[in-house]
Unconditional design. Structure first.
Length: 133
């Protein structure tokens, strides 16, 4: 979403989404963290994972999309640990921003999914079982 505090820049210059594509992610706040990610694997047309290359996180994130009869389920998984003292900044400030940004992205995906369905509804869920219908 345009009003997001997160900026994600595709560094490939091609705009493609493929294995090896690198991204720069930045929180658009004073002293906000920035880090690089890379598409580690495209598991199928419905699943993609990225690894954190540097910055505050070490680990990966994965997005899956499951289509059913008149439904779409989007799941986001984030399996990370914090590097250095960044844990305290993450817990105090940036986790809330991250979660709000994710909620906005999932809501936008939901809206898009519903606009492409003839009938039914889309539900977006985070790995911790919080869902947005």
């Amino acid at each position: 979403p345009k009003d997001s505090l997160m900026r994600i820049t595709n560094l490939s210059g091609k705009g493609r989404i493929e294995e090896g594509t690198a991204y720069l992610q930045e929180v658009r706040l004073p002293f906000g963290p920035r880090w690089h990610t890379r598409i580690d694997r495209i598991h199928s047309p419905d699943s993609i994972s990225r690894v954190f290359v540097d910055g505050i996180f070490d680990g990966y994130e994965k997005v899956t999309v499951q289509s059913g009869e008149n439904t779409v389920m989007v799941r986001y998984y984030m399996d990370v640990f914090m590097r250095n003292m960044d844990y305290f900044l993450w817990m105090a400030i940036f986790r809330g921003l991250h979660d709000a940004m994710l909620k906005n992205i999932l809501a936008a995906l939901k809206k898009y999914g519903e606009s492409t369905l003839v009938a039914g509804q889309a539900t977006c869920c985070c790995a911790d079982k919080r869902c947005y219908s």
